[in-house]
Design a binder for this molecule. Structure first.
Ligand SMILES: *Cc1c(COP(=O)(O)O)cnc(C)c1O
Length: 376
């Protein structure tokens, strides 16, 4: 929690739930990553937090952007990003959206199968393409494995096919899973990419770009590696696998740029003792699964939650959202403790909530308004 956010909450007393983001922290996180990866170009993964204020700061810092949709491409252009600094990194795109992006000047596209490549060849002729390979996502709190990526053999075939279709067969990407705390997972993937580079060079195709994806962790309840830790481990791995032929490197961080910059302030709606249940108190907040805390699904992301009464005697609680929906439970197993004196009307703060929250909030499920956002 920064002083700027603390003062804003104290002085403005905004209605809850609300997300308050300190843009200085976004800037710092971006700088830390670029210093940790001096050879890489950073493409901020816009979906983590596409707020105009965030994009403005990152354009100022010279970031490039990884967009998941045509709408996100428009957000980036509106913030002043150049089309040449945009990557359309979703492997699942409507052909009409590819064409629209190409018309705006976007020239870098992801794919992981033949049909998508054919769409690109038609709607974005001659553009640069990179093929996403699958990784296990082991060790990631928020996996992105099953749905994306192809195997190494398919990637080789597809890249040769891309060349034959007149595309710039540019490189290979992967994503080791979001909130990935094990840097070895990059090493495994980088080893595979190096093999693809070698085999394709022998087949007469020189790839140029290694896309390391996202996954760099934010600090929630547990310590996580720093940007420097990731940078050192991953650059060592690249040197190990590529030797003197270091390719162009790009990085697509989302969470690690915006998560730690934001805090959600929420109000306790009810604290109830339910002896017939499990003898734990239930704390119901005015934000839950449908209000933006979607990453608590299966208790995957364990936010650090504090109250203004912390320090008083505490006991175990279950934490749930306010809706009339049975799945709207945040934590039962993850061992959260809250003060015994906590009661309805008290404020709680959900830390490192600047990524993957506001855009996940439902439109008006149970009549709830989407999470209000403030950017300072
Ligand atoms: C979501 C996403 C990212 C960002 O991942 P983080 O774990 O937030 O860093 C990067 N690249 C692609 C292709 C993505 O879909």
């Amino acid at each position: 929690m920064t002083l700027k956010i603390e003062n804003f909450l104290a002085e403005q007393v905004p209605a809850t739930p609300c997300l308050v983001v300190d843009l200085n922290v976004v800037r710092e996180n971006y700088k830390n990553l670029s210093e940790a990866f001096p050879l890489a170009r950073i493409f901020y993964a816009v979906k983590a937090n596409p707020a105009a204020q965030v994009l403005d700061v990152l354009v100022e810092e010279g970031s490039a952007f990884d967009a998941a949709s045509y709408a996100e491409i428009e957000f980036c252009l509106a913030a002043g990003a150049k089309p040449a600094d945009l990557s359309y990194g979703n492997t699942i795109k409507k052909q009409s959206d590819i064409a629209a992006a190409f018309k705006k000047g976007v020239r870098l596209f992801a794919f992981d199968c033949e049909e998508e490549l054919q769409k690109l060849a038609e709607a974005a002729p001659g553009a640069s393409v990179f093929c996403r390979i699958a990784t296990t996502n082991e060790g990631a709190d928020w996996p992105l494995s099953k749905k994306f990526g192809c195997d190494v053999e398919s990637a080789k075939k597809l890249m040769l096919m891309a060349r034959d279709l007149g595309m710039d067969a540019h490189g290979i990407s992967f994503h080791v899973g979001s909130q990935q705390t094990n840097a070895d997972q990059w090493d495994i993937a980088i080893g595979k990419v190096a093999m693809i580079f070698t085999d394709l060079r022998e087949a007469g195709l020189d790839l140029k770009m290694l896309n390391l994806g996202g996954g760099y962790a934010a600090r929630y309840r547990e310590e996580v590696p720093s940007a420097q830790d990731y940078g050192k481990a991953i650059m060592d791995s690249i040197t190990h696998h590529f030797g003197n032929h270091i390719p162009e490197i790009i990085l697509e961080p989302g969470r690690s740029v915006t998560a730690s910059a934001g805090i959600i302030e929420s109000e306790v709606v009810l604290v109830s003792n339910r002896p017939s249940q499990d003898n734990k108190r239930w704390v119901y907040l005015d934000i839950g699964f449908f209000g933006g805390l979607t990453e608590t699904m299966d208790e995957a992301i364990k936010y650090k939650i504090t109250t203004l009464k912390d320090g008083a005697k505490s006991a175990a609680v279950n934490i749930a959202g306010p809706t009339c929906d049975g799945v709207d439970i945040l934590y039962e197993k993850a061992n959260y403790q809250m003060p015994l004196t906590l009661k309805s009307g008290d404020k709680v703060r959900i830390h490192a909530a600047g990524a993957y929250t506001a855009t996940y909030a439902s439109q008006s499920f149970n009549g709830l308004t989407p999470l209000q956002e403030y950017y300072l």
